[in-house]
Design a protein around this ligand. Structure first.
Ligand SMILES: [Zn+2]
Length: 392
């Protein structure tokens, strides 16, 4: 009997088992079958030479938008995630209870990417770029969300609430969040809140979150962010994180600032998870792909192990899938990402230009930095097979 695939001689970085060493990884029947010092090349039907490359558990992106054709930011998940090394992704609120059935049938069930979703607390989801989905709170229907969440519990992991002024209009963010939590409790899911130009101060919103709930766009750099005007971290941030609230990056077109992230890191607020918020106005920059987002955190001083942990093991745990994803232990799903670390001079930007706007928030042009290393995606292996969309 032969293994289906052997990834040979790569440096395996798997924080879930404290591994950072040259190893061979064998995959069979869609699962991780063996990890060892020297697994013979003739023991597998296909051998992938990973010498000089980094081999990680399949990357997991906790914040994407995949509802192509129906939702404001939607893009094809296989193009924007799987083809770029992300084997599992969480769509963060593109669909609500009323628009989820089509999302499930036409995208989630057809995608090669392992796609999960958070239902938007607004039953319409994210339909219009001009009219916020929470401007009329009649859309924030708890009963509808619970029904849809329960019915689709194998793919729906919780509720998303976008709590920005431009999405709420005159509605109360506190009321919207209350409903989001109530809905999530109805099917034992978690809540992710989008912060940035929110009517209520961040500490107020964070105090409402439960352990396992997520704050995304944590380092956005606008007012009401993680930092006071003085540069100090806002009250309650570290306490919330200490009691289990997840601090997520959520890069997006305007959700990440080098300056804010640098200060937050210096003040001891480290993101638990790194996600891209990749969508149709961030994919052509400033996000580009997951490897570029990870590169930005390495530029800010995180080690390769630290960024891999925050893009594999931790998001798997947040999603409740840590028993089979986000690791390369024998028996886990055969999802692997192969990356290359390149040395050189690479320009990285956090925001493109004032052309993109976030409501009435003050929009400053982005900061460009020059990094001396970057991560580049080389191969995606999902369910034990190399992802080659050009092959049958
Ligand atoms: Zn988003």
């Amino acid at each position: 009997m032969k293994y289906d695939l052997l990834i040979k001689d790569g440096t395996v970085v798997d924080p879930s088992q404290g591994l950072n060493a040259v190893r061979d990884v064998a995959l069979d029947l869609g699962k991780v079958a063996a990890v060892g010092d020297s697994i013979p090349a003739d023991s597998a039907r296909e051998v992938l030479d990973a010498r000089g490359l980094i081999v990680t558990p399949g990357l997991i992106d906790l914040h994407v938008h995949s509802y192509w054709g129906a939702s404001t930011y939607g893009i094809d998940p296989d193009v924007s995630n799987l083809a770029m090394g992300v084997t599992t992704a969480l769509d963060a609120g593109s669909a609500g209870a009323l628009t989820f059935p089509a999302f499930r049938r036409h995208t989630i069930d057809k995608a090669d990417t392992r796609l999960y979703a958070l239902l938007n607390i607004s039953a319409m989801g994210m339909v219009s770029p001009k009219i916020g989905e929470l401007e009329d709170l009649r859309w924030a229907d708890v009963a509808l969300a619970v029904e849809s969440g329960r019915k689709n519990r194998d793919r729906v992991l919780g509720i998303k609430a976008r709590l920005g002024r431009h999405l709420l209009g005159e509605s109360s963010d506190v009321e919207a969040l209350k409903r989001a939590i109530e809905a999530a409790e109805g099917f034992d899911g978690f809540v992710m809140i989008h912060v940035g130009a929110s009517p209520s101060p961040l500490p107020k919103l964070m105090s409402m979150l439960r352990p396992g709930d997520v704050v995304t766009h944590s380092f956005h750099g606008f007012e009401d962010g993680v930092l006071e005007g003085s540069g100090a971290v806002v009250e309650g941030m570290k306490e919330a994180q200490a009691r289990g609230v997840v601090i997520d990056l959520g890069h997006g077109a305007g959700g990440f600032s080098f300056k804010a992230a640098e200060k937050a890191l210096a003040n001891g607020v480290v993101p638990d998870t790194i996600s891209t918020d990749i969508h149709n106005t961030s994919i052509e920059g400033p996000v580009y792909d997951f490897a570029t987002t990870l590169t930005k955190l390495m530029h800010l001083g995180m080690s390769l192990e630290e960024v891999v942990k925050r893009s594999t093991e931790t998001p798997a745990r947040v999603m409740g899938l840590g028993d089979r994803l986000g690791m390369l232990k024998v028996g886990a799903e055969g999802d692997v990402t192969v990356l290359r670390v390149e040395d050189g001079r690479f320009k990285l930007v956090d925001r493109l230009s004032p052309l993109t706007k976030l409501g009435s928030a003050k929009w400053e042009p982005g900061t460009t930095v020059e990094a001396s290393k970057r991560l580049v995606h080389v191969h995606t292996i999902k369910g034990g097979a190399v992802y080659r969309p050009w092959m049958k």
